[in-house]
Design a protein around this ligand. Structure first.
Ligand code: HPA
Length: 249
């Protein structure tokens, strides 16, 4: 049986319509997750919700304890994770408020605890990361979006930067040359850690702004928040449609 967790990012610190059954403070061998786990029901289906940046939103991307988050979810029986992210749009179709299901990732982050396979090893382990996101989960999310009548991009390459600063325009030009369609700060090591623990993982990305140099306008937190808020309404519809159709008990 599958069990779903939703990791909420910027703009999705909580979910309206969530019937909270309990919250629990979690400890793991890697320390504490970003926030208490919220055990909840959406349309009578049980899920676990975790606020990636803490609750209230106070942990910057490079300080998130990704290992504790993913380990804790696995400990609680989670088998699939839908990770919500806000991103900058690089390629022309990735305009603000648009929603994308990335299918590939490039990691530009550094100095993050990025693996469970580092200590006390009986053998060296290299996971296959050809497909960073789970294809079955992605396909189901695409179907859920169609059912909810929401237009999304089915593919995109997500470039993960270190943050918390935004990028220079030269960095974005380089990322575009590398093949990135989107830029965000939290996709890694989260996706790889989920794969190391054999969890099905997919991400729904909301475009919050044009990436640096892709628009004449200055990137402001106000505008980012405004676009994320609009996009998150769509994300919620996709999540509800997914849960209704595919989740669990
Ligand atoms: N860059 C990196 N991360 C982001 C951005 C951006 O432009 N917008 C939202 N998250």
């Amino acid at each position: 049986m599958s069990k779903l967790a939703i990791i909420g990012g910027t703009g999705l610190n909580q979910i309206d319509g969530l019937e909270v059954t309990s919250t629990q403070t979690i400890k793991t061998p890697y320390g504490q997750p970003s926030a208490d786990f919220v055990f909840a029901k959406i349309d009578d289906k049980e899920i676990i919700f975790l606020a990636r940046h803490g609750s209230p939103h106070s942990i910057p991307p490079h300080k998130i304890n990704y290992r504790a988050n993913i380990w804790g979810l696995k400990e609680y029986g989670v088998t699939e994770i839908i990770a919500i992210a806000s991103v900058g749009g690089i390629t022309p179709s990735m305009s603000p408020t648009h929603i994308v299901l990335p299918d590939q990732i490039i990691d530009y982050s550094y100095h993050r605890e990025h693996t469970f396979f580092a200590e006390n090893l009986s053998q060296v382990t290299h996971i296959d990361f050809t497909h960073p996101y789970n294809e079955q989960l992605r396909t189901r999310l695409i179907q859920a979006a169609e059912q909810a009548n929401i237009t999304i991009s089915h593919k995109g390459t997500y470039g993960c930067t270190q943050g918390p600063r935004l990028e220079s325009s030269a960095e974005i030009i380089r990322m575009q040359r590398d093949g990135c369609d989107l830029v965000g700060m939290t996709g890694m090591p989260e996706a790889a850690l989920a794969k190391e623990l054999a969890l099905h993982y997919a991400s729904i990305a909301v475009v919050a702004n044009w990436a640096a140099g892709k628009s004449e306008n200055e990137i402001t937190m106000d505008k980012i928040e405004h676009h994320v808020k609009q996009g998150m309404l769509q994300v919620l519809k996709i999540l509800k449609s997914y849960i209704n159709r595919f989740a669990l008990v």
